[in-house]
Write a protein that binds this ligand. Structure first.
Ligand code: AP5
Ligand code: ZN
Length: 210
């Protein structure tokens, strides 16, 4: 089991599919799960929506419940990569419990390090393909046809929380609630210099996983 953590726009969602494919792991991203629940209008989605749009964290109870359920999917039996979870100390403690119950353990924690100053451009230039979660960037990773997903040709959209104002709140939540987890995981954490171009970041991840 691997966990990738880091601030909004650091590259968790971009790199997780690379790890997933190379190591045959399941990709569990709490942000993607929550956005799917919001789009489907489920009661859980309605509860999460307000926090997500303001850039605050959703309750520990909701995200722990989502991960607890997802871990038991048959396709996750070989192991999984957690993208954006845990994000608070109570989530990390709960994760330890959930793994222990399943006789699993964390093999690596990847901390994507990027200065805040680079994140505004990454976030405000991001485009996503909603149903697959694939992300692009207007400047750094443009789609082959502007505004269209490379694989399906479907339209790309901007996330509602991808604006400079909400990013400030997301960064504040990251620094106050998530960054302290680096200390919690200090024995297992690998620091990835995620300010580098995507291919170089992927190389560092392969080295950290070797
Ligand atoms: P979530 O979806 O996890 O958002 P986030 O943490 O803000 O992270 P992002 O998805 O914005 O960034 P990313 O690191 O995936 O960046 P990406 O690879 O796309 O969570 C959304 C919300 O849900 C939270 O705010 C919260 O409300 C809630 N939530 C989720 N999990 C929760 C939890 N555990 N507890 C409580 N609440 C939770 O890259 C960004 C852009 O940069 C892309 O355009 C990409 O193409 C580009 N890019 C990527 N890498 C590079 C590179 N190396 N060089 C140049 N450009 C790059
Ligand atoms: Zn993401």
């Amino acid at each position: 089991m691997r966990s990738s953590t880091g601030p909004p726009g650091c590259g968790k969602g971009t790199q997780s599919p690379v790890i997933k494919d190379e190591y045959c792991l399941c990709h569990l991203a709490t942000g993607d799960m929550l956005r799917a629940a919001v789009a489907a209008g489920t009661p859980l989605g309605m509860e999460a929506k307000k926090a997500m749009e303001s850039g605050a964290l959703v309750s520990d109870e909701i995200v722990v419940g989502l991960i607890n359920e997802a871990m038991d999917r048959p396709e996750c039996s070989r192991g999984f990569i957690l993208d954006g979870f845990p994000r608070t100390l109570p989530q990390a403690e709960k994760l330890d419990e959930m793994l222990e119950q399943r006789h699993k353990k964390i093999d690596a924690v990847l901390n994507f390090d990027v200065p805040d100053s680079l994140l505004v451009e990454r976030i405000t230039g991001r485009l996503i393909h909603p149903s697959s979660g694939r992300s692009y960037h207007e400047r750094f990773a443009p789609p082959k046809v502007p505004g269209k997903d490379d694989i399906t040709g479907e339209p790309l959209v901007r996330r509602k929380d991808d604006n400079a104002e909400t990013l400030k709140a997301r960064l504040a939540a990251f620094h106050s609630q998530t960054a302290p987890l680096i200390e919690f995981y200090k024995q297992r954490v690998a620091i990835i210099d995620a300010a580098k171009p995507q291919e170089e970041v992927a190389k560092q991840i392969r080295n950290a996983m070797a």
